[in-house]
Write a protein that binds this ligand. Structure first.
Ligand code: 5GP
Ligand code: MN
Length: 338
């Protein structure tokens, strides 16, 4: 972010404003962590600020400080629309395209509010007046830390802010192991622990809240896991019927895709999850090395994300989606064949 922009934003935030913070649809730890972290920071300046999430998120995020104040657009449209049309500033966090906020898109696109984007996804759209976009960052939470730092305000980071930012960095880096994790990331994590983030407690809150049914669903996912060794590819399917059998709840399938990637020799993993409600197959893609699942998702599955982690969807049936998936692999043989 350039110095001029920081100066303008500092000026803008120097008097109380009406502010809305927005994470992407189906928000993850980084989306909720970054919006909450920034909310706690803005509250120090007596702004009238609120987070509006397009929809709900998994229970394993619901312990975060301030979480109960998050409005959900799909549950409280009227209240949310009032906030959106009267907002002076809108922060959009952890997404690169207004298409990622679902039904909120049209309202947000029309508002007069000054928009500020903080995000690390590839190919960002240019709807925001101020853009802090950096695809090399581990997480939006790391960027919110940097943003506060650029505003010369790291001394304002308290336990609540530190806890939220730690959580998002941890979840987006697979507990600090993905290649996007840098020494700068670790330094920031160190600072956040000094400010009061309880690392061990946060890991417990996120990782060790499995229900018995989720663990059984994981068992089903693993027995559905297939590999295509010649393309170093693994994939998992879960039908709506299987989800129902194990009383699926939002977030239950988080991380399942990584089991495919953990197999020796596998560099590309996918999970296909049927959603009867949305009439789609929701797809998560992961890779190792230079193979870009962002590109593959953009080209074939109406999605995107990062080089090594992307999402997308298919309007075909599960079987047809898998057929399509297998049929496109030869296009990537240069990257995928050993
Ligand atoms: P996940 O597979 O965990 O849902 O998402 C992996 C990454 O891809 C995340 O950074 C997420 O924000 C991004 N992503 C997921 N779904 C989509 C999508 O439909 N479009 C775009 N552009 N990015 C997505
Ligand atoms: Mn993120």
């Amino acid at each position: 972010m350039i110095k001029e922009d920081i100066k303008s934003i500092k000026e803008l935030l120097s008097s109380p404003k009406k502010i809305v913070l927005i994470p992407h649809k189906n928000p993850d730890g980084d989306a909720i962590g970054s919006t909450l972290g920034l909310l706690h920071y803005l509250n120090k300046y007596k702004h009238d600020a609120v987070i509006i999430a397009p929809n709900d998120y998994p229970d394993f995020l619901k312990w975060m400080p301030g979480e109960s104040t998050v409005l959900k657009y799909d549950q409280q449209k009227d209240v949310c629309d009032k906030w959106l049309v009267s907002a002076e500033i809108i922060f959009t966090l952890d997404f690169n395209s207004l298409g990622r906020i679902g039904e909120m898109e049209s309202v947000v696109a029309k508002t007069e509010a000054i928009k500020i984007m903080i995000d690390h996804h590839q190919q960002p759209e240019t709807y925001a007046k101020f853009m802090y976009s950096d695809v090399f960052m581990s997480s939006t939470c790391e960027m919110v830390y940097n943003f506060i730092d650029m505003l010369d305000d790291t001394d304002k980071i308290d336990e609540a802010i530190a806890t939220c930012l730690y959580t998002g960095i941890m979840t987006d880096t697979g507990s600090f192991r993905f290649p996007s994790t840098t020494s700068a990331t670790h330094k920031i994590i160190g600072n956040l622990i000094e400010k009061g983030a309880n690392n061990s407690q946060i890991h417990n809150n996120i990782m060790d809240t499995n229900s018995y049914e989720r663990t059984q669903l994981l068992g089903r996912a693993l027995s559905n896991l297939k590999i295509i060794p010649e393309y170093r590819t693994a994939y998992i399917t879960l039908t709506q019927e299987e989800l129902n059998t194990f009383n699926f709840k939002k977030g239950d399938t988080e991380g399942f895709v990584n089991y495919g990637l953990s197999l020796k020799g596998i560099i590309f993993a996918a999970i296909f999850i049927e959603s009867q409600q949305d009439q789609i197959i929701k797809i998560s893609l992961r890779s190792k090395g230079d193979f870009s699942v962002n590109e593959l998702s953009r080209t074939h599955f109406q999605g995107g994300g990062h080089t090594n982690a992307a999402g997308g969807k298919s309007d075909l049936s599960m079987n047809d989606t898998i057929d399509k998936f297998i049929s496109i692999l030869p296009q990537y043989k240069k990257d995928l064949k050993a």
